[in-house]
Design a protein around this ligand. Structure first.
Ligand code: NAD
Ligand code: UDP
Ligand code: UDP
Length: 312
């Protein structure tokens, strides 16, 4: 059994990863500054002797002793990462340097939660790992996109320069219980609006696409990647290749919530990618991984979560 550090462990994905690793018998050190995450996400683990929670900002050095590091700390929704864009870049870049320095001192394997945003508004569809992307370096999404791209660069330079064991995972849109109800991401927005019978806000004409992966599938892929000796460094796409337009997503949410909400159309945010779909051929071949949960089933779980949250 290992001692495992999860940065951003009190966030949406991080808290599910804490659960999954503890279930496997590992000791988990969860580090978070609670910018977008919160203690409730891990409150059920507080009394577990295998779990430890530490308030810390990864832009500052961290001296702890662990065997493995999952680096997830970074706000992920556009509203949150654009709230303090300088801090977002610092979290990705200084955070990566500190966690890589820690991994180097400990000779620990380290996984980076990178993102499909490194492909920007892609001209290649679906996106394969060898595509270098089309990213605006000076736009409102750049603090996140370029921060994550620079973090990938740092990971690969620590691999080449210091022979660190790195795993770079490119996560595509993921949803599920414990998403933040106000973080502006499309799945949480649509469900919360539908449950409150408020207008469903479609940005643009709703023809833009995304491919949504259920959180349990994603976390399974993340742990497989960390443990894999076949995948030397990645990058590897992890996501669900089933692609939907935002209009299709809205219709499905309306059906599953039996909501009376009407659609309302709002301007498309700047630099909003028109389409996104992972090519997961590498994940299938090297990790023997593919997602199992259908959008409809995952949405039902997520709706149940938000229903409870809204009635509390
Ligand atoms: P989240 O906002 O719920 O979680 C991020 C966590 O990091 C939060 O708990 C937050 O408080 C913490 N954090 C932020 N800045 C920090 C700092 N400086 N020091 C310490 N902690 C800090 O988002 P999430 O959806 O769980 O995303 C987790 C990771 O996965 C992020 O790195 C994100 O970029 C990546 N990712 C997520 C998705 C997705 O669809 N959910 C897609 C691509 C990539
Ligand atoms: N670092 C850390 N914890 C450690 C070791 C290093 O937070 O256990 C930080 C350290 O503050 C440094 C960064 O990681 O700024 C990069 O470390 P590295 O050893 O790669 O570089 P250097 O210390 O030579 O700048
Ligand atoms: N979106 C929307 N209505 C909303 C929130 C988002 O139509 O209330 C759109 C958004 O413009 C984007 C897509 O849904 O095209 C996914 O947005 P999200 O912020 O969830 O993720 P990302 O753009 O980072 O993939």
């Amino acid at each position: 059994m290992k001692k495992i550090l999860i940065t951003g462990g009190a966030g949406f994905l991080g808290s599910h990863l804490c659960d999954a690793l503890i279930k496997k018998g590992h000791d988990v050190l969860c580090v978070d500054n609670f910018f977008t995450g919160n203690k409730e996400n891990v409150s059920h683990l507080i009394t577990n002797p295998k779990f430890e929670l530490m308030r810390h900002d990864v832009t500052f050095p961290l001296y702890v002793e662990v065997d493995q590091i999952y680096n997830l700390a970074c706000p992920a929704s556009p509203i949150h990462y654009q709230h303090d864009p300088v801090q977002t870049t610092k979290t990705s870049v200084h955070g990566a340097i500190n966690m890589l320095g820690l991994a180097k001192r400990l000779n620990a394997r380290i996984l980076q939660a990178s993102t499909s945003e490194v492909y920007g508004d892609p001209e290649v569809h679906p996106q394969t790992e060898d595509y270098w992307g089309k990213v605006n370096p000076i736009g409102i999404r750049s603090c996140y996109d370029e921060g994550k791209r620079c973090a990938e660069t740092l990971f690969f330079d620590y691999f080449r320069q210091h022979q660190l064991e790195i795993k770079v995972m490119r996560i595509f849109n993921t949803y599920g219980p414990r998403m933040h109800p106000n973080d502006g991401r499309v799945v949480s927005n649509f469900i919360v609006q539908a449950l409150k019978n408020e207008s469903i806000t479609i940005y643009g004409d709703g023809s833009q696409t995304r491919s949504f992966c259920y959180v349990d599938d994603l976390i399974g892929g993340m742990m497989k990647m960390m443990e894999s000796d076949k995948v030397i460094t990645g990058p590897i796409n992890i996501g669900n290749p089933n692609e939907f337009s935002m209009l299709e997503l809205a219709e499905l949410v309306l059906k599953l919530t039996s909501s009376q909400s009407k659609l309302t159309f709002k301007p498309l945010p700047k630099d909003d990618p028109k389409q996104r779909q992972p090519d997961i051929g590498l994940a299938k071949a090297k990790l023997d991984w593919e997602p199992k949960v259908k959008l409809e089933d995952g949405l039902k779980e997520t709706i149940t979560f938000f229903r409870k949250l809204l009635t509390n």
